[in-house]
Write a protein that binds this ligand. Structure first.
Ligand SMILES: Cc1cc2nc3c(=O)[nH]c(=O)nc-3n(C[C@H](O)[C@H](O)[C@H](O)COP(=O)(O)OP(=O)(O)OC[C@H]3O[C@@H](n4cnc5c(N)ncnc54)[C@H](O)[C@@H]3O)c2cc1C
Length: 429
């Protein structure tokens, strides 16, 4: 992994090329005193800062690179309900909290829709997401999910598609069924992140870019230090996810980085769009090692997949991802590839987001295991609740036991790579 202390601009993604606003917040210089200092301006940090500002806290948001520089500005843009590991939480606390957890899994989607409307954020937000089955056991999983939706009388439209309908409306014979949810969807993640940061700034949040945090001095009012400044606060929130190495005594090997990669084609013709995705759905298959894709606002295919645990970018992202896209869509074989990029996902071994507190006033919130656009917004709200004194939901996560693999945060770990191979083999069965 590249050292975080080298300040960097955005990676050359489709998103960076189509951003609404090139941010240029100042570097942190000198001393500052606020209620809360948030470290890292991805969705976790920005969502937490914005929620706190809406509730009247004074907030400083300190980012090593640029707002949305990490996974939040590079991801597949799939807005999907759920938080990984929720079933384990339900198992620990019992069925009494099942309804609360069901509502919680949609909360991030709702926050995003509310904020896009409230702050006028232009981020190509669309409704419609399909999970696709490649194998009969995955069709059974979709049927179970449909039963769950019925049990909860889910008040938003959803559909279970058979093989014929899925193949017809996705223009591929790869799938044998699908589940469409119109409460989920897709968006331009970098524009969302920057738009939320702009809203936070409008509410008084002091945002600093190009300001890597080098350490935290603990105490009743901890101090967050950068090379040229410091912020003193009642509470600190660490939101650097897979990209930060702060507080190693407490956090090392809790979350480890895994790479995920995306290619972006040239804009597709209207005929091609009508053939492969006329309903403009975000698509994600049900394999353990997922392929995910969607059309951008200008009708490019953004196709992503392939995790690695080495922390190293493949020599050619296009060479790694293109064959996977052509396996599903051979009709795209002559289409030009205009973009290729990747980013780091924070993986937690038991898949439950790692939330907690160090010394009572330094909160951390990381590790969504590749499923974070929605989850970051939920966790931002839970962390803001906790800082305001309402700990119940935060503690549901904070009290879960996590396992650590020594060395996994720092280097590609052979054990993790082996685990990945196991999941690939499972996908083949
Ligand atoms: C290629 C890819 C595709 C994905 N696709 C999807 C998808 O379609 N749907 C979905 O739900 N999820 C997806 N994810 C996962 C999702 O993007 C993440 O779960 C989510 O963005 C995590 O947000 P975050 O704010 O916690 O972390 P990040 O967005 O990584 O932000 C962390 C920030 O902290 C900053 N930072 C780190 N250390 C320091 C420091 N010392 N000082 C100051 N700042 C620091 C970094 O510069 C960075 O900006 C994908 C991820 C990747 C990489």
């Amino acid at each position: 992994m590249k050292a975080i202390h080298q300040k960097q601009e955005h990676t050359k993604s489709y998103y960076a090329a189509t951003v609404n606003e090139v941010t240029n917040y100042p570097m942190l210089e000198g001393s500052l005193s606020v209620d809360v200092c948030v470290v890292g301006a991805g969705f976790t940090g920005v969502a937490t800062a914005l929620t706190l500002a809406e509730r009247g806290f004074s907030v400083a948001l300190v980012e090593a690179n640029r707002v949305g520089w990490g996974a939040s500005g590079r991801n597949g843009g799939q807005l999907i309900n759920g938080i990984s590991g929720l079933s384990k939480i339900q198992k620990k606390y019992g069925d009494g909290i099942a309804d609360m957890l069901w509502d919680l899994r949609w909360r991030g989607n709702d926050i995003i829709h509310e904020r896009v409307a409230k702050y006028g954020i232009d981020c190509d937000l669309k409704k419609g997401f399909i999970e696709t089955a490649l194998k009969p056991r995955q069709v059974a999983d979709l049927e179970d999910y449909a039963a769950e939706m019925e049990k909860h009388r889910h008040p938003h439209p959803w559909e279970l598609w058979d093989k014929e309908k899925t193949q017809q409306l996705l223009g591929t014979d790869a799938y044998i069924g699908g589940f469409v949810s119109y409460r989920d969807g897709h968006l331009h993640p970098l524009n969302l992140c920057i738009g939320e940061a702009r809203a936070a700034s409008g509410l008084g949040v002091q945002i600093f870019e190009q300001s890597p945090v080098t350490g935290i001095e603990h105490g009743p009012r901890p101090r967050v230090r950068t090379a040229s400044g410091q912020v003193e606060a009642d509470s600190v929130v660490l939101a650097g996810n897979a990209y930060h190495l702060l507080e190693p005594r407490h956090l090392s090997n809790l979350t480890f980085p895994a790479g995920s990669y995306i290619i972006g084609t040239e804009p597709l013709s209207d005929e091609m769009v009508a053939e492969i995705n006329p309903l403009d759905l975000a698509v994600c298959d049900l394999n353990e090692v997922v392929d995910y894709y969607r059309l951008s606002a200008d009708k490019r295919m953004l196709y992503g997949g392939r995790c690695n645990y080495s922390g190293r970018e493949p020599t050619s992202i296009k060479a790694a991802i293109l064959p996977r896209m052509l396996q599903i869509y051979p009709q795209l074989k002559d289409v030009r590839i205009d973009f290729e990029w990747g980013g780091m996902i924070g993986i937690v071994l038991n898949r439950i987001p790692a939330l907690g507190r160090i010394n009572g006033n330094v909160y951390y919130c990381q590790g969504y295991s590749g499923h974070g656009v929605n989850a970051t917004h939920i966790m931002g709200e839970l962390t803001a609740d906790a800082i305001g004194g309402t700990m119940e939901k935060f503690d549901l996560f904070a009290n879960m036991k996590h396992f650590r693999i020594p060395g996994s945060q720092w280097m590609g770990n052979q054990i993790i790579a082996l685990g990945m191979l196991y999941f690939r083999l499972k996908d083949m069965l």
